[in-house]
Design a protein around this ligand. Structure first.
Ligand code: SAM
Length: 227
C-alpha cells in the first residue's frame, strides 16, 4: 500500500508498537500500510459509514490482514473500549468534528497516550481544546499536496501551559521552524483574513462586531511575526 504525502506524514507520527485506532478510516489505507511495517501491534479501522467500510474490508482481505486489523462500524471513538488502544488517529475531517469525536469519549481518551490529528480547518480551536483537556503538542508538520497545505499534529497526554494565540493558529512546533511552507501558509492566512475584513467593512454592524475585532487582531498577529 502506497500512501500519499499527507497520510505518510500521519504514519510517520505513529510510535513503534502502537495499539492504534484509525477513526474515519475510509478505505483503510493507513492501517493497511502500517501493519506490515511492524510499527503497530494492534489496529482498529473504524468508520461510521458502511460504504467506506465495505471497501476497507475488501482492501484488508486482499492484503491478507483480516486477522490483524479489526474493522468496526461506529461513530467516532465508540469503536474502541477504554484501554484497548494507546494511539488515536483522526485525519481528513474538520477541526470541529475532530474535537467532537474526542470530547465525546473521555473514558477512551483517559488511557490514550498519543493523538495524531489532521484537521482540514479550525486548527487553532482544536489546539486550544487539546491544551484545555490535558494534551499538549509534541510535534507537528506542514505538508503540501496538490496545491493544498495540510497540518498534521502529534499530541501527547500531559498538562502544559496554553500556547499564545499566534501559536494556536500556526502551531507551536510548526512556528519554531521557519520553513518556506510556513511562509506560504502565513500568506494564505493573511489573504483570507484581509478578505474577511473587507467583506465585513461593507456593513456598519459587522464592522463593530467582536468578530471584526478578532479578525483584525489575528491579522495583526500574522503581520507582526518576525522571520
Ligand atoms: C474525508 S474521509 C478521510 C479518510 C482518511 N482518514 C484520510 O485522512 O484520508 C472522512 C471519513 O470519515 C468518516 N467519518 C466522518 N465522521 C465520522 C465519525 N463521526 N466517526 C467515524 N467516522 C467518521 C467518513 O465516513 C469518511 O470515510
Amino acid at each position: 500500500m502506497r500512501l500519499d504525502k499527507r497520510l505518510s506524514a500521519v504514519a510517520e507520527f505513529v510510535g513503534h508498537g502502537a495499539k492504534l485506532v484509525d477513526v474515519g478510516t475510509d478505505h483503510g489505507k493507513l492501517p493497511i500500510y502500517l501493519m506490515p511495517t511492524g510499527k503497530v501491534s494492534f489496529a482498529v479501522a473504524s468508520d461510521k459509514n458502511e460504504g467506506p467500510l465495505f471497501f476497507a474490508r475488501e482492501n484488508i482481505n486482499r492484503a491478507g490482514l483480516e486477522k490483524k486489523i479489526s474493522v468496526r462500524l461506529a461513530n467516532g471513538l465508540n469503536s474502541v473500549q477504554p484501554g484497548e488502544v494507546d494511539t488515536v488517529v483522526v485525519a481528513g475531517m474538520g477541526g470541529a468534528l475532530i474535537k467532537e469525536i474526542l470530547a465525546s469519549s473521555p473514558l477512551v481518551l483517559e488511557s490514550v497516550e498519543s493523538l495524531i490529528l489532521q484537521p482540514m480547518n479550525e486548527g487553532a480551536a482544536l489546539r486550544r481544546w487539546l491544551y484545555e483537556n490535558d494534551f499538549y503538542i509534541e510535534n507537528e508538520i506542514l505538508v503540501k499536496e496538490d496545491g493544498r497545505i495540510y497540518e498534521i499534529v502529534l499530541a501527547k497526554s500531559g498538562t502544559r501551559k496554553m500556547p499564545k494565540e499566534i501559536e494556536l493558529l500556526l502551531g507551536p512546533v510548526i512556528l519554531k521552524h521557519k520553513t518556506e511552507l510556513l511562509k506560504e501558509r502565513i500568506t494564505e492566512l493573511k489573504n483570507k483574513e484581509e478578505k474577511k475584513l473587507l467583506g465585513m467593512e461593507r456593513s456598519a454592524k459587522a464592522k463593530n462586531s467582536e468578530e471584526y475585532a478578532l479578525t483584525e487582531n489575528k491579522l495583526k498577529g500574522l503581520e507582526e511575526l518576525e522571520w
